[in-house]
Ligand binder design. Structure first.
Ligand SMILES: Cc1cc2nc3c(=O)[nH]c(=O)nc-3n(C[C@H](O)[C@H](O)[C@H](O)COP(=O)(O)OP(=O)(O)OC[C@H]3O[C@@H](n4cnc5c(N)ncnc54)[C@H](O)[C@@H]3O)c2cc1C
Length: 363
């Protein structure tokens, strides 16, 4: 079966990996002209570590751990790596066996009884058996198939920016100002460092593709602040791997419609404040591909099972995302990892990784 995946962030390449593993033929289309490796650290724990292990990526991921001293299996910081390092690992694990189409995106989708006809912004039209939207919080697949974003996206009143720093000077510092915070993080032993800035705000209107405008918005918010902030803003103006987005959650009653299914932030974004976006994306990809395999490609059965497996897990993660954003507004020190022990125990009960094999008889 040919499966088109829109988006080469975390969820897209992970789904491609598992689909390939189960004998499907995935194609990934990514709007950006190269893999987008920006962003700060993403954390893994519990079952997400297990998925990395099953992909034979856990050892390499541990070698890239931004907090090697903190690595306590099952603890709040069992593994954290730069988002770009994770994208690199996933791409490397898939690129030889998966067709990646960079610099293009889906223009239209038309479903019929035995497939989906897809036209692209640039490439020629093609037919696929299934389409998976892994195109992030602002998913176009979602708006094309399920309805306008306003119906599903809930703004948490917080914006986050992340960018690379030219040195590790002052890393470990955390500036907290009313309605704003800046965190300077040592990212790797090789000199890598990142700044992560947050500010509270109602919904802002801006062009999502205009990075210069994003930088201006952040600079205006932090203008006039002292300490290391002026230096940070100067670094930001030069930064190439700049990430800026709203903290928002995606709430949907269904993640599939016919032959189109959503995963990762496109279907159930928990917001950066959850600290779980990448884990959700990895686990969602594993379960979606696995359910398709055990259902022998019967997408109706598989998508229903995927929803059943993921719902409780996503609800818990979204709760963590809302609590993370609330902590910011209460002025609690957001860089201190919250005590998530109880939540971890609940999450561990909610999602279970089955050993998916491609024949229903074998499960
Ligand atoms: C550049 C970048 C930096 C990030 N940095 C952070 C961070 O510092 N902290 C944090 O908590 N979260 C960050 N995130 C979000 C985080 O990666 C996700 O919450 C999480 O990993 C879930 O991954 P995802 O694959 O569902 O979505 P994403 O990682 O957002 O990936 C979605 C992908 O889809 C692509 N895409 C979008 N629209 C289209 C389209 N129409 N056609 C084709 N492709 C499309 C995007 O370019 C992107 O590559 C970042 C996301 C991006 C894209």
């Amino acid at each position: 079966m040919d499966v088109l995946i829109s988006g080469a962030g975390v969820a897209g390449p992970a789904l491609a990996y598992w689909l390939r593993h189960h004998g499907f033929t995935p194609t990934v289309v990514e709007r950006a002209s190269r893999m987008r490796t920006g962003g700060s650290g993403v954390g893994f724990r519990g079952e997400a570590l297990d998925v990395l292990d099953r992909m034979a990526l856990l050892e390499r991921a541990h070698a890239l751990n931004t907090h090697p001293g903190d690595a306590r299996d099952g603890g709040p910081c069992a593994l954290e790596i730069l988002r770009g390092d994770l994208i690199g690992l996933l791409y490397e694990a898939t690129r030889r066996e998966v067709e990646y189409v960079l610099g293009d995106s889906i223009a239209t989708l038309e479903q019929d009884t035995d497939g989906v006809r897809v036209t692209f912004e640039r490439g020629r039209p093609r037919r696929f058996d299934l389409v998976a939207g892994a195109d992030g919080l602002h998913s176009r697949t979602r708006s094309q198939v399920f309805g306008p974003r306003e119906r599903f996206v809930r703004h948490l009143g917080l914006y986050t920016a992340a960018f690379g720093l030219s040195s590790q000077r002052d890393t470990g510092l955390f500036h907290s100002m009313p309605g704003k915070a800046a965190d300077l993080l040592r990212a790797r032993d090789d000199g890598e460092a990142r700044a992560v800035l947050h500010f509270a705000s109602g919904s802002l209107t801006y062009d999502r593709d205009d990075v210069a405008q994003h930088k201006r918005i952040v600079a205006e918010r932090f203008a006039g602040e002292g300490g290391r902030i002026p230096h940070l803003l100067e670094e930001m103006s030069r930064a190439e791997d700049f990430f800026f987005d709203v903290n928002a959650q995606v709430e949907m009653d269904r993640w599939s419609s016919g032959r189109v299914v959503l995963l990762g932030d496109a279907g159930y974004c928990a917001a950066p404040a959850s600290g779980h976006g990448a884990s959700q994306a990895l686990i969602g990809a594993y379960i979606l591909a696995g359910e398709l395999a055990v259902a022998d490609g019967d997408h109706t059965l598989a998508f229903a099972a995927y929803e059943r497996e993921m719902r409780g897990f996503v609800a818990e993660h979204q709760q963590l995302g809302r609590e993370g954003a609330d902590r910011f507004f209460l002025g609690a020190p957001i860089r201190e990892a919250p005590d998530t022990t109880a939540a971890e125990a609940t999450l561990a009960r909610i999602v279970r990784l089955r050993n998916y094999v491609s024949s229903p008889a074998a499960t």
